[in-house]
Design a protein around this ligand. Sequence first.
Ligand SMILES: [Zn+2]
Length: 303
Amino acid sequence: MHLPAFSLNPLVRHSVEHPADALERHRNEPGTAHLLIAGDIPILRAGEPGTALLDAAGLSRAGELFEDVFLGTLEGRPVVATLASPSAADLYRDDPGFTVTDLRSVAVRGLVPPEELGLLATAKSVLDWHRRHRFCAVCGTRTVPAQSGFRRDCGSCGAQHFPRTDPVVIMLVARGEFCLLGRQSRFLPGMYSCLAGFLEPAETIEDAVRRETFEEAGVRVGAVRYHSSQPWPFPSSLMIGCIAEATSEELNVDREELEDARWFSRDEVKLMLAGRHPAGLSAPQPIAIAHHLLRAWCYAESP
Ligand SMILES: [Zn+2]
C-alpha cells in the first residue's frame, strides 16, 4: 500500500547532536546534496523520475542565496537545504534539465522518488520558518541562524527560537456503516473529505477531534483512535489522522467552514475511492492522509 505523500523520509536527522559548525563544513563540500527552494518552489533535476538532490553546479545559477540549513545525512552524504528568492525559479524554468513547480504538484505527479518528498517537506518547512521568523518574537530585534540552521538566536535578549510544527487533527468520524464527510467550496467539484482542524493550545488530540466535529457538523464524538500521521509542509503542519466514533447523527453544518457535510455509506465511499461513484462524487487522492483513513475504514487496513 502506498503511504501518504511526505511520510517516507530516509534522512538521518542528527541536527541537535551536531556541532554548530556542521553547516559551515558541509555547505561547500563536493559530495554534499543540495535541496533548493526558490521562495516556496522546489527546483528539481528533470528525469524519469527526477531528483530533488542537486550538486553544487545545479545550485550555482540560483543567484543570491539566503538561509541554508544542514538537514542531516542521506546514506552518509550531507544534505543542505538552501533558500533562494522566488524570482530564482525563473532562472531554471526554461532549462529542460530542470523541473520547476510547486511541491503539491511534485507529489501529485510523482516527479521525484517518494522518499525525496520527505526531504523536500523538511527543507520547505524549515526554510519557510526562517523566511518568516527573522525577528525575535520577544523583543523585536533581528535574529541570526544558529545550530546549523535549526535555531535562531536573539543577540539582544538572548531568546532562542526553534522551527515550529503546527498540529492538525483530521478524522474519519463513523457511526455503524456510515461515515461523516464534508466539502469546502475550494475543493474540486464533487470531492468530499474528512473533517479537519488545528489543535488549540493545551488541547488533547481527542478533544480537538470532538470539538472540530461538533463545530463543523454538529455531531457528537465519543471514542477517538489514532491511526497515522502525515507531514503537510504548507507550510509546516502535521496531520494527525484519527478514526472516531460518532454518538449522534443529526447534522448542523457550519456553512462558513463547509459547503456541505453528510453521511456516506461504506459502499458509497468504496465507489468514491475507486472513482466509480454513480453521481461522480470523489474522495481525496492517495497523496492525502484522508484517502488512507477512508481506506482503513472501508477495508480494515492498518497503517
Ligand atoms: Zn529578543
